[in-house]
Design a protein around this ligand. Structure first.
Ligand SMILES: Nc1ncnc2c1ncn2[C@@H]1O[C@H](COP(=O)(O)OP(=O)(O)OP(=O)(O)O)[C@@H](O)[C@H]1O
Ligand SMILES: [Mg+2]
Length: 484
């Protein structure tokens, strides 16, 4: 699936030897590989299974674990205490049920919800976004802003996109600069990964020392701004560079934000062989980047939205298959319904549900395993959530508040996180199969939206009044509690 044409001049991807390829995806792969390593460690079977059905020309992750799985270790601490079932290098405790542990390890590797996807074997959907990213960079020579709600898969998407681009000879550089980012230090570090041999200033008469360094040697030794940086980047030749800036919503420095906007404009104006891809949590492009009319036409905005049911279902199967698990139809539908297109929550709930099935020595995940998972997960949420929820229920004898907040949580999850009273009312009827009067619904919603610790937030839009959850995690917590 090699979408990129060979546009890096005389270079073919294979020509980019490890030494020459500045590898920020090593930057990326250093982190990514750590994650990938933990994903792949002790899971050769998974990779083999997926290698068979994944059409890819991407670099295969190292597969080191087959032999480890067959080895065992015995913990030497007091056996009366709980212990790890496998050692850090993947050996299985000699006293454990090895088959169950293998299944659990395969499950964990496929479903690890706390890490973005780094391997194409576990990546699902997002074809439209990948195609749009490719055409924005390859055909429009634009910069890209990738925005969306938390946990919908922005970082996973660019991890995979970076591999596709790298496979076509692009130099890809990735970082999440954080709240106190400094323009000079971020870009100095990026330029230190671009070899000088891609500089127009290197000629046949250049000395070895001149042609061996990296682009950072062309930067001023003190702090620099967008103008100096684009001067240096416009020297690039015979390759193209993609610089990713992840978690841009966390950057609070106005100076950095203004410098970046100016950089985007300068790079476009000068036709530099560099595209920036900026990503973060936001509702739209302007919210993430700030409103800069001068750069608007140089930037393509790509939303990362909730997944459809088919994609979530694929995630569920990818995780379950290596552990020899399947789902009953109701169980699959239930996870899809509860997680409402969030790959993060889908992986989380599926991980716990599948684990419960394995613990029970079963091969089919059923509703009872999901219910048990909801109980486990809800009890792991913060104590603050428990207190808030319990407080809400104190005076709720006829369970009206409970019903409204449940309907609100499902409506929130299935409506791109904003909903009207009417939508809420419809979902209430759908969920509980009984109507609720508009004024009763409004009264509860109003009470849930008032005060400092309000659960809901009122949003005045031009066409309607909408509501959202103050804390999106609380909505998922309510859905979990609802199932227990
Ligand atoms: N395309 C995908 N296929 C399979 N799993 C995915 C996909 N996208 C995301 N996930 C899973 O969803 C979870 C969240 O993904 P990721 O960290 O990429 O989201 P994000 O939008 O970058 O989150 P944040 O807003 O917190 O930075 C991870 O567990 C990841 O493995
Ligand atoms: Mg992310």
């Amino acid at each position: 699936m090699n979408f990129f044409k060979q546009i890096a001049g005389f270079l073919k991807p294979d020509d980019l030897s490890k030494k020459d390829n500045p590898n920020h995806v090593e930057g990326l792969f250093i982190d990514a590989n750590k994650a990938a390593h933990s994903q792949t460690e002790a899971s050769s079977t998974i990779n083999q299974i997926h290698a068979a059905d994944t059409e890819t020309t991407l670099p295969a992750f190292e597969n080191i674990t087959g032999s480890l799985l067959n080895k065992t270790f015995t913990h030497s601490v007091n056996p009366a205490l709980p212990s790890f079932q496998s050692s850090a290098n993947g050996r299985i405790d000699a006293n454990s049920n090895a088959d169950n542990i293998r299944r659990r390890m395969a499950l964990r590797d496929a479903f690890v919800p706390s890490q973005p996807v780094t391997s194409t074997s576990y990546f699902v959907g997002r074809t439209q976004q990948l195609k749009r990213l490719i055409s924005a960079i390859e055909e429009e020579r634009s910069h890209v802003v990738l925005y969306g709600k938390r946990g919908l898969g922005k970082t996973s998407l660019i991890n995979i996109f970076a591999q596709i681009a790298q496979n076509s000879g692009y130099i890809v550089l990735l970082d999440a600069p954080g709240a106190h980012a400094s323009f000079s230090s971020l870009f100095r570090s990026y330029l230190s990964q671009i070899p000088m041999r891609f500089s127009r200033s290197i000629t046949l008469s250049s000395t070895t020392a001149e042609s061996e360094g990296n682009f950072d040697s062309l930067l001023p030794s003190s702090d620099f701004g967008p103008r100096e940086l684009s001067d240096v980047l416009s020297l690039l030749t015979n390759t193209r560079v993609i610089m990713f800036i992840d978690e841009y919503d966390r950057v609070t420095s106005d100076l950095f934000r203004n410098q970046l906007a100016e950089l985007l404009k300068n790079l476009s104006d000068r036709g530099a062989r560099v595209s920036m891809v900026i990503l973060g949590v936001a509702h739209n492009l302007d919210q993430l980047l700030g409103y800069h009319p001068s750069i608007r036409r140089n930037v393509v905005g790509i939303p990362v939205t909730r997944m459809n049911n088919k994609e979530v279902s694929e995630i569920l199967m990818l995780g379950a298959r290596p552990s020899q698990l399947t789902y009953t139809d109701e169980a699959e539908k239930d996870i899809i319904f509860k997680t409402a297109g969030s790959p993060y929550y889908a992986r989380l709930l599926a991980l716990y549900s599948c684990r419960n099935a394995i613990e029970a020595n079963e091969t089919v995940v059923q509703l009872q395993h999901i219910k048990q998972a909801c109980l486990q997960l809800s009890s792991e949420f913060s104590a603050e959530f428990h207190d808030l929820y319990a407080e809400l229920m104190i005076n709720d004898k006829d369970q009206v508040i409970k019903g409204v907040i449940s309907a609100a949580a499902y409506t929130f999850a299935s409506s791109d996180e904003h909903f009207t009273i009417e939508m809420l009312q419809n979902n209430y009827v759908h969920l509980f199969e009984r109507p609720i009067k508009t004024d009763a619904m409004e009264k509860v919603v109003l009470s849930l939206s008032m005060g400092d610790g309000a659960f809901l937030k009122k949003l005045i839009r031009t066409s309607s009044i909408q509501y959202t959850f103050q804390n999106p995690d609380f909505a998922f917590y309510v859905i979990l509690c609802d199932s227990v």
